[in-house]
Ligand binder design. Structure first.
Ligand SMILES: [Zn+2]
Length: 179
């Protein structure tokens, strides 16, 4: 009987690694990706040349030092370093949502809406980018996350349907079991 192998010969298993954008500044993003994605000499030593990607935020509600694509959700004005994220999205070096934004210690209820989130997907489509993975991480202020409003059709922050329509396949619940 001929059947498809689970992994191409001679491999028997696989695993994935993703860098996580929490509290990352634009300079740290460049440092980390120079090290993990290239074999150049970097300030962390010789790069390891691995095809490891990252997660990203569209906005940050409270921490302006964090790397984010846009200044805020009201204007969708791209930050100066937003071009880094845009290029990384297009090359696959960013392939994961970290929800829709970093709203730790803030609250997206008055500054974010489903209409804005729809325009984010329009923007991603204009880049030819589909995101297949979502990190559902953050403190309880992040009501845009799944498990709060993000997957509740009765709210104005419902976006899980948009994510799936636009390519989302995997969601990490945001915590790891301890045992
Ligand atoms: Zn996180």
């Amino acid at each position: 009987m001929v059947e498809l192998r689970k992994f191409p010969y001679p491999y028997t298993f696989g695993f994935s690694i993703s860098s996580h954008v929490d509290e990352m500044t634009p300079a740290e993003f460049v440092d980390v990706h120079n090290f993990i994605n290239t074999e150049r000499m970097t300030n962390k030593g010789v790069g390891v040349g691995l095809d490891i990607a990252d997660s990203f935020w569209f906005f940050s509600g409270a921490n302006d030092n964090t790397i984010t694509l846009f200044k805020n959700s009201q204007t969708l004005e791209k930050r100066l370093h937003g071009i880094l994220i845009e290029k990384a999205l297009q090359t696959g070096h960013i392939d994961t949502f970290h929800s829709i934004g970093d709203y730790n210690y803030s609250y997206p209820g008055k500054v974010l809406s489903r209409e804005t989130i729809e325009s984010l997907f329009t923007y991603l489509n204009s880049l030819g980018v589909k995101i297949h993975v979502q990190i559902n991480h953050g403190d309880a202020y992040n009501i845009q996350n799944f498990g709060y409003s993000g997957d509740n059709p009765a709210t104005n922050l419902y976006w899980s349907d948009l994510a799936v329509e636009n390519g989302l396949k995997f969601n990490w619940g945001g915590s790891l079991p301890i045992n």
